[in-house]
Design a protein around this ligand. Structure first.
Ligand code: MCN
Length: 782
């Protein structure tokens, strides 16, 4: 096994160094929101709704008030007077902080108790008397869209969140009419919870003297939250400081503004004391933002020889009661338009209709991959279905239909310009690594013996790096990110970013980018994120955007510094700037490598002896607007054995070939891929948040919501191809979500491949053993 290097020395792109931040985490020295204790701090706990949909007739807080230790009780009525009962969501919808008239999902925050400690607050919460009048709940998004459906939101006239379409409907309908074969399938991509280790929470501290509000919170996007808070509260933005300390996993679920953030801030301003709110695990599972919940009808049209000519998809997406992605923005619904995937499909049409239902806010989170995951799952399941219907090998069918590598940049039928790709080489590598054709032979042999073995392929394309200005038509917003690099006189560096890692290793990889360009050892570079008072404005970490945006900003800022450093070095070496060579942290005159000045010498001179006409100091700030998204991709192959007696599926092998362009740190990238594969495995076989028809959640704890542990998780076999992004300054593409996007289809394709001959065309995720057993039973096999 290759050794991973300690994080010391000059280690740039491609170096396998250990994560700098891990020392802190492994020693238990990370600082999370709940670790922070301020003098005189009060605690906030919510009373939550037992109903999915009900009128609030009366709230009586008298008994609760009498509980020793209770400081204050806040209702929606009070917040309404302060103009805070509703707040805007990040994408143009709005969300109830506390309800005034009715509750819209089970588990919704209704009343806030502030007490001297958490126990008193919980005791008081049990004493709040709320009289509800139950209303008809709407848990099914299809019913929600029917004309006479009860309306979920008190501020809306219908349950329609948006209707969004892409592609040429007429042209697509025409190719479907002319096609030799059309395959179609209904899929349900289930509702998921991100299940990070640290539940969401905040501490608000308002200083009445300075008028400054400081909020420590579990957010992936601190600057954006600061702007939203300023707009909502009218507190000037420079008097709000958001600190996002260490985060115990975010996976997209910590992008949102939750009621607890707002109420803790309101209470702190009102009471003049710091106020802490931390969700319990089951509160998190019942009330934070959820992912997926897509009802999909997909159709694929092809010629007899397997050439795919058209794709048509209709989606109803369940957004629960509130949604970050409502009109006017199209992001991230627009990202579903990556559904043509890795294939050269000339005609495509997709239509997504969003519905409000009586469930918690849904629609985005779960290793973010905003809609790309559902899109990738749909196309990859359809391609496999087509292969089975045509009696073709699914690998051969894919190789026949891939966008040829010489066609990049490639404009898809739904409007994306893919920057680069080589899908055939990734799939061929995966096939070779797993021994694809031998496995097919083994499968045939097993079939003769009545044994069930399946091989599933998925070739996905991701879109990451949200989001360039020229894609405004598709995603509806322009985005950027930032880096500020400051070299001190002794050559030590502090670099600050607008992103906020939640476990991705930015302290190491951003330092590697700077080390690569400036030749400064990584241990001399401190990376900071997550404090709006000190870091440059940024849009946060989600959608695998940090490398494509802030990583690019780090490279551009480092190069700006290098340009200035060259001028200073020329002055020190008494040479012309154009004669200066920079190599491995040293500047010298061309042809004279022994007489040099180090980057550290130059840093000192920048402050003590800058050349005439050059400002003192050595620092740079960059706000990087990417010219395009980056398009990482991969090919995954999964082998499963199905137990005929129990329906249990065993993943025997899983080969993942990923391509995220040039790699900064291969160890971190492998870690990201393994984590994301494990989440894909959980999606395929274990995880689902379920509601009954009355909007009651089944369970709502880890007793029912099963996530993979080391016991269930297969051994991942990883490999890479490298197709650099042509527009990223380092040729890198994002990778954080890729494997969660790509893997579910590989698992499901493998199971369906094992069962196809029994007549099973599809099984919805999670593929619990009973679902497989049911198929086997129907066929008289179990
Ligand atoms: N990287 C690299 N070379 C590349 C691409 C990436 O070395 N070519 C490194 C990056 O420098 C970074 C890491 O890989 O250290 C992930 O980078 P990137 O793909 O840019 O993704 P982000 O840093 O923006 O992270 C977001 C992504 C998402 S969207 C979710 S959700 C997610 C994830 O990453 N949540 C995570 N990974 C997670 N990992 C942990 N441990 N915890 C989470 O909450």
């Amino acid at each position: 096994m290759e050794e991973t290097l300690p994080p010391t020395g000059v280690h740039g792109m491609g170096h396998k160094i250990r994560r700098k931040e891990d020392v802190r985490f492994l020693m238990g020295k990370g600082t999370y929101v709940d670790d922070i204790k301020l003098p005189n701090m009060a605690y906030l706990v919510f009373v939550r709704s037992p109903y999915a949909h009900a009128k609030i007739k009366k709230i009586n807080v008298e008994k609760a008030k009498s509980i020793p230790g209770v400081i204050d009780i806040i209702t929606g009525e009070e917040l309404d007077k302060a103009g805070l009962a509703w707040i805007p969501t990040l994408m143009g919808d709005k969300m109830m902080v506390l309800p005034t008239d009715k509750v819209v999902f089970q588990g919704q925050e209704v009343v806030a108790i502030i007490a001297e400690d958490r126990y008193a607050a919980m005791d008081a919460a049990n004493q709040v008397e709320i009289e509800y009048e139950p209303l008809e709940p709407i848990a099914d998004p299809k019913k929600a869209l029917e004309p006479n459906s009860p309306i979920v939101r008190p501020d809306k006239k219908s349950n329609l969140v948006f209707r969004w379409e892409a592609g040429d409907k007429e042209a697509t309908d025409k190719v479907f009419k002319e096609a030799d074969i059309v395959v179609s399938q209904d899929f349900y991509y289930q509702r998921l919870h991100v299940a990070y280790m640290e539940p969401v929470g905040s501490i608000a501290h308002y200083d009445p003297v300075s008028g400054k509000l400081t909020l420590w919170m579990t957010t992936q996007a601190p600057h954006v939250v600061r702007t939203v808070f300023s707009l909502v509260t009218k507190i000037p933005e420079n008097k709000i400081r958001i600190v996002s300390p260490d985060i115990g996993g975010g996976f997209g679920g910590k992008v949102y503004v939750y009621p607890g953030y707002v109420v803790s801030a309101y209470a702190s301003i009102k009471l003049g004391r710091p106020v802490k709110w931390i969700n319990t695990r089951s509160e998190d599972m019942r009330s934070t933002a959820f992912a997926r919940d897509f009802h999909i009808h997909g159709e694929l049209a092809a010629k007899k020889d397997g050439i795919i000519v058209g794709l048509r998809i209709k989606v109803i997406s369940d957004h629960g009661a509130f949604y970050g992605d409502a009109n006017p923005s199209k992001f991230p619904a627009g990202l579903f338009s990556i559904c043509t995937g890795a294939y050269d499909i000339k005609a495509a049409y997709v239509e997504v209709t969003g519905a409000y239902t009586n469930k918690p806010a849904g629609g985005i989170a779960y290793r973010c991959s905003f809609r790309v995951t559902e899109a990738s799952y749909t196309i990859e399941r359809l391609v496999d279905t087509l292969a089975h219907e045509l009696g073709m090998d699914p690998a051969e069918l894919r190789l026949k239909n891939f966008i040829p590598s010489e066609k990049f940049p490639y404009r898809s039928a739904l409007g994306w310009t893919y920057d680069s790709g080589n899908y055939a080489s990734a799939l061929k590598k995966a096939m070779e690594k797993i021994g694809y054709y031998e496995l097919r032979k083994e499968q045939e042999e097993k079939k003769k013996k009545g044994e069930l073995m399946g091989i599933g392929i998925s070739t996905f394309v991701e879109i990451v790096g949200a989001g360039p200005a020229d894609l405004f038509d598709i995603v509806g917003i322009k985005m950027f990110d930032s880096a500020e690099i400051r070299i001190h006189p002794t050559g030590k560096v502090i670099a600050r970013f607008g992103t906020r890692a939640q476990g991705q290793g930015h302290e190491t990889t951003y330092a590697q980018i700077i080390s690569e360009i400036l030749g400064i050892p990584v241990e001399d570079i401190i990376v900071e994120e997550g404090d709006t008072d000190t870091c440059p404005y940024g849009l946060g970490t989600y959608a695998s955007r940090s490398t494509p945006t802030a990583g690019a900003a780090a490279a551009v800022a480092s190069r700006k510094i290098l340009d200035k450093a060259k001028k200073i070095a020329a002055h020190l070496l008494e040479a012309r700037e154009e004669d200066i060579v920079f190599e491995k942290g040293k500047f010298y005159v061309k042809g004279y490598p022994d007489k040099y000045k180090t980057i550290q010498d130059v840093a000192l001179a920048a402050y003590t002896n800058p050349p005439p006409n050059i400002e003192a100091g050595l620092e740079a700030v960059t706000y990087y607007n990417p010219p395009n998204m980056t398009f990482p991709f991969g090919a995954y192959i999964c082998v499963v054995d199905v137990d005929k007696g129990t329906g249990q599926v065993k993943v025997r092998r899983f080969v993942a070939v990923d391509d995220c362009g040039n790699i900064i740190n291969p160890v971190i990238v492998d870690g990201q891929i393994m984590g994301a594969l494990t989440m894909g495995f959980g999606t395929a076989f274990m995880e689902e948040i379920r509601y009954d028809e009355n909007g009651n959640i089944y369970g709502g704890s880890f007793a029912e919501y099963l996530i993979p542990t080391a016991v269930e998780t297969p051994r991942w076999e990883l490999d890479k191809t490298v197709t650099p992004s042509p527009h990223h300054p380092l040729g890198a593409k994002g990778v954080g979500e890729s494997a969660t996007v790509g893997s579910p289809a590989a698992f499901v394709n493998a199971v369906v491949d094992a069962l196809w001959d029994l007549g099973a065309k599809h099984i919805d995720m999670p593929i619990w053993p009973w679902k497989v057993w049911k198929v086997l039973k129907e066929k008289g096999m179990a």
